[in-house]
Design a protein around this ligand. Structure first.
Ligand SMILES: Nc1nc2c(ncn2[C@@H]2O[C@H](COP(=O)(O)OP(=O)(O)OP(=O)(O)O)[C@@H](O)[C@H]2O)c(=O)[nH]1
Ligand SMILES: [Mg+2]
Ligand SMILES: [Zn+2]
Length: 321
């Protein structure tokens, strides 16, 4: 290390020591990282925080959703409060894409029409969510465009999974309160194909977005956002939501093994012990309890077909290692 760098390091350490003396530690949540700063939400306010020296040195990577201990510092300007992040708290989970931590739910938004539901994508996302210990929530939008029959068909397919399910329309407002209730107190990511109504849904519930977050978005030029930045929005102090693109090219998780896949289909779970072979992949084996359930209409054909498609992908991935 050069003398100059050393000096700089000393200076930083002294500064840190001074900072450490002032102010209490608070537990906040990172809602966004942006050009070296992290925006920490705490009791309904947002703080523009720098990292303390030791965190910079350790090259700790902080993610939106991370819980941190921080100290409130001087104001950055008239309407921005400053702070310093002291410590990263343990994570419940961590996703690579989108890069977030401590996610509770993946809200899979699907349009009932225009575009038509993509059941393969829904099932792929439910596998992805459960593999990461995140609850999938099925949200069907544009209910104004279809009749009851179309909704009933989806209830029949997904009822047996036990996943939380809601039907809504951002045009008529139907089901929007139910969506809010599902989001309440949780950190959710919104996923779904282009045109299903992700932005419309955000807007339908946005009259209660935390103003501080809106302020930062404005300041950073939200219109110029690229998909590389994940930003969390706050419905209230405990409710976080992120609208993030980049799910459409998703493949089956790489580290998943073929015998683990069926456990990610909840309606298969109770039956797995009843297959004749303990190693049953529920494909061509005789006396398969999953195929029995399929024949009885207790497992939907589309769910079973998608299971087989993913099984094929998992086997291909196993071979390529
Ligand atoms: N009929 C009807 N149209 C809707 C509804 N919700 C959204 N739309 C329309 O669907 C189109 C797409 O909605 P967006 O909210 O932009 O969809 P998005 O998921 O954000 O799309 P991307 O940003 O491209 O990923 C718009 O023309 C909306 O007006 C709904 O509940 N009913
Ligand atoms: Mg959008
Ligand atoms: Zn079987």
């Amino acid at each position: 290390m050069s003398r100059k760098a050393n000096k700089k390091e000393q200076h930083t350490q002294t500064q840190d020591a001074v900072e450490a003396l002032s102010g209490d530690l608070h537990e906040g949540t990172i809602v966004k990282g942006y050009s070296g700063f992290y925006y920490v939400s705490f009791e309904g306010e947002l703080y523009e925080c720098s990292l303390r020296g030791k965190n910079r040195q350790k090259k700790v990577k902080f993610l939106p959703g991370d819980k941190v201990l921080f100290r409130i510092g001087e104001g950055v300007d008239d309407d921005t409060r400053g702070g310093a992040i002291e410590e990263l708290l343990p994570r419940k989970n961590e996703l690579v894409r989108p890069p977030v931590a401590n996610l509770d739910q993946l809200v899979i938004l699907t349009a009932l029409a225009d575009p038509a539901p993509d059941l393969r994508l829904i099932d792929r996302l439910t596998v992805f969510a459960q593999w990461n210990e995140v609850t999938p929530v099925l949200c069907f939008n544009k209910a104004d465009l279809v009749n009851q029959e179309a909704q009933d068909k989806l209830k029949e397919i997904y009822g047996p999974t036990g996943f939380p399910m809601v039907f809504c329309s951002t045009v008529t407002g139907e089901g929007i309160e139910e969506v809010k209730a599902l989001l309440h107190g949780k950190f959710s990511v919104l996923a779904g194909n282009s045109g299903v109504g992700k932005s419309s849904l955000m807007n339908a519930i946005s009259d209660r977005w935390n103003l501080a977050t809106g302020h930062v978005s404005e300041k950073l030029g939200r219109g110029r956002h690229t998909t590389r930045h994940v930003e969390l929005f706050q419905l209230d102090s405990e409710t976080l939501l992120a609208d993030t693109p980049g799910f459409s090219t998703l493949t089956v998780p790489e580290d998943i093994k073929r015998e683990e896949l069926s456990r990610l289909f909840p309606e298969f779970l109770d039956r797995l012990g009843d297959c004749r072979f303990a190693t049953c992949m529920h494909k061509n084996e005789p006396d398969c309890a999953v195929k029995h359930a399929l024949a009885n209409g207790e497992v939907a054909q589309s769910r079973y077909d998608n299971y087989l498609a993913f099984l094929e992908e998992v086997i291909q991935q196993e071979r390529s290692f």
